[in-house]
Design a protein around this ligand. Structure first.
Ligand code: NAP
Length: 439
C-alpha cells in the first residue's frame, strides 16, 4: 500500500481515508464528481473552505482510534481532473467507496493508464458477484489486478450537517468484517497489510478463502428484501403513512408478520442454494444475526437452537426468526427506566422517496440498493441453474409498486431509478466471468 485513490466522497470514503492516512507511508487521494452532482460539489466546497481538512468524530469513546482531523494528499473534484494533472499519478490501490451499482461507471471514468498500473482494488460494500464484475471488466487492461471484497462496510458513518460533508461521525463499529481476495496466493500480502492497518484503529478484518465467501457474509442481503420489498413497506416508502411506522417493528407498527418471516427464510434458502453451486459454505442466518449483528438475552434463544438452526424444520426456523425480531424490539441489554421501559431499539423510521436538488424524484438506498443487489443474485441464480421464485416475487412486487406510483403521479420528474432496470452491463460481465472460470 502506498498510493491510494479513494473513489467517492461520502461518509464511508472519509472514514476510510482517515484509516489509510494513519499509515504515514500512504499517499491518499480522493475523487468526486462535482460537475455532475450537487452533493459532490458541496463536499469540494466545504473541503476548500475548511483549509482542506477532513474530520471524523465518533459517538462512542471506545472508537476513539477511528477519529481525527486530517489531510489527504489531493482531492480531485472530478474524474477528468486526474488525467489532466501534469504529474503522472500512479495508484497501486483503488478503493471503491461508492455503491456497488456504480462500480462499472467509476472504473470507466478512470484513464487506461491509471487502470493498467493498479495492483489492488478494494470493494468496500459489494454484493454477491461484485468482484466478478470488476475482475471481468479489467480482463483486458489489467488481468493481474487483485480484487478484495469486504463483506460490508466496517460500521455506521454519517454526515451530521449537510453543509459540512467533509465532517462525518462514526456512530457504530462492527466487531469484525470479512474480506476475501482474488489473489491465488493463500495469504495475500495486501490483505495482511490491511489487517494490520485496521487492527491499529481497533477494527478486525477476517480473511476468508475467496471474495465470494466474504460477499455472502452480509446479513442485509438476506433480510432487506423481505423487510423493504413487501406491500406495507413499499407503500410507506412511496406514499408515506398517517402515523409513524418503523422498519423493525411487528405489524401494525411495522411490516413484520409471519408471512414476512416466511419470505425471509425462503429467500435465505434460495441464496444458500446459489452459494452451494458456487462452492461457498452456507450461512447460518440465525447465528449470524445473533452473534454478529445484535445479541439477544440467553433466556430468549437457546444456544443449541442457534447453532443447529440450519438443520431444523422450516416452521421451527421461522418461529426462531420471529422470536429473534420480537426479542430486539427493545434493546434487551439497555437499562429500563422507572416504568420498566427499555430502549426502543426497533424504532427505525422508513426513508421516503425524495426530490434531489435538481428536482428529480429519487428512491432511498433501502430499497434501491437492495433492488440492485437482489437482481444480481437472481441473475447469478439463473446462470448457475437455480430457480428463484421468491427473489422473482420480491423484484416483481417492487417493480409493480414503483410503476403504479409513477402512473398515478405524473406531476413529478423521475430519475432513472424509477424505470425497470435489469443491470445488463453488470450481468453480462458476470456471465463472461463465470464462463471463463468454468473452463
Ligand atoms: N455509511 C454507512 O454507514 C454505510 C454502512 C453500510 C454500508 N454502506 C454502503 O457503503 C457505500 C457508500 O456509503 P456512503 O454512506 O459513503 O454513501 P454515499 O454518501 O452515497 O457515497 C457514495 C459515493 O459514491 C459516489 N457515486 C455514486 N455513484 C457514482 C457514479 N456513478 N460515479 C461516480 N461516483 C459515484 C457518490 O457521489 P455523490 O455524492 O455525487 O452522490 C458518493 O461520493 C454504499 O453502498 C452504502 O450502502 C454505508
Amino acid at each position: 500500500m502506498s498510493n491510494i485513490l479513494i473513489a467517492g466522497t461520502g461518509p464511508v470514503a472519509v472514514q476510510l481515508a482517515y484509516i489509510f492516512t494513519t499509515e504515514r507511508h500512504n499517499q491518499v487521494d480522493m475523487v468526486g464528481r462535482a460537475k455532475y452532482s450537487q452533493r459532490s460539489k458541496r463536499f469540494c466546497q466545504a473541503y476548500h473552505q475548511q483549509q482542506q481538512q477532513l474530520e471524523v468524530t465518533v459517538q462512542n469513546n471506545q472508537h476513539q482510534a477511528l477519529s481525527g482531523r486530517f489531510r489527504i494528499h489531493h482531492l480531485y473534484a472530478d474524474y477528468g481532473d486526474i488525467t489532466q494533472t501534469a504529474t503522472m499519478n500512479h495508484y497501486d490501490t483503488l478503493v471503491l467507496a461508492c455503491n456497488a451499482d456504480a462500480y462499472i461507471s467509476v472504473i470507466q471514468q478512470l484513464s487506461q493508464r491509471i487502470i493498467k498500473n493498479l495492483n489492488h482494488i478494494v470493494l468496500v460494500s459489494p454484493t454477491i458477484g461484485s468482484h466478478m464484475i470488476v475482475k471481468q471488466l479489467l480482463v483486458e487492461l489489467n488481468k493481474q489486478v487483485e480484487v478484495i471484497s469486504f463483506s460490508t462496510y466496517i460500521g455506521d458513518t454519517r454526515v451530521m450537517n449537510e453543509t459540512t460533508p467533509n465532517q462525518v461521525m462514526t456512530t457504530g463499529v462492527k466487531k469484525h468484517v470479512y474480506m476475501g481476495s482474488t489473489s491465488n496466493k493463500k495469504e495475500s500480502d495486501f490483505m495482511l497489510k490491511m489487517q494490520r492497518l485496521f487492527e491499529d484503529v481497533g477494527v478486525r478484518l477476517i480473511a476468508l478463502d475467496t471474495p465470494l465467501f466474504a460477499e455472502s457474509r452480509n446479513s442485509s442481503l438476506y433480510v432487506h428484501p423481505p423487510l423493504f420489498m413487501n406491500d406495507f413497506s413499499l407503500d410507506v416508502i412511496l406514499n408515506g403513512s398517517d402515523v409513524p411506522v418503523y422498519v423493525y417493528k411487528l405489524f401494525p407498527e411495522g411490516p413484520i408478520t409471519m408471512a414476512l418471516i416466511h419470505e425471509m427464510r425462503v429467500l435465505w434458502q434460495e441464496i444458500t442454494l446459489i452459494l452451494e453451486k458456487l462452492n461457498v459454505p452456507s450461512l447460518n442466518l440465525l447465528e449470524f444475526m445473533v452473534k454478529e449483528n445484535y445479541p439477544v438475552r440467553n433466556e430468549t434463544l437457546s444456544n443449541h437452537e442457534i447453532t443447529e438452526f440450519q438443520k431444523l424444520a422450516a416452521i421451527h426456523q421461522e418461529y426462531l426468526l420471529y422470536v429473534r425480531y420480537s426479542a430486539i424490539l427493545i434493546d434487551p441489554f439497555s437499562k429500563p427506566d422507572i416504568n420498566g421501559k427499555y430502549f426502543d431499539f426497533s424504532a427505525v423510521p422508513f426513508k421516503q422517496i425524495y426530490q434531489n436538488e435538481q428536482g428529480m424524484m429519487q428512491i432511498p438506498r433501502m430499497p434501491y440498493e437492495d433492488y440492485y443487489r437482489t437482481t444480481i443474485i437472481q441473475q447469478i441464480g439463473a446462470l448457475v441453474g437455480i430457480e428463484t421464485p421468491m427473489i422473482n416475487r420480491f423484484l416483481q412486487r417492487y417493480a409493480l409498486h414503483i410503476s403504479k406510483f409513477v402512473e398515478g403521479h405524473t406531476e413529478f420528474e423521475y430519475s432513472e431509478q424509477f424505470q425497470q432496470q435489469y443491470f445488463e452491463a453488470d450481468v453480462d460481465l458476470i456471465k463472461s466471468y463465470l464462463k471463463n472460470v468454468s473452463h
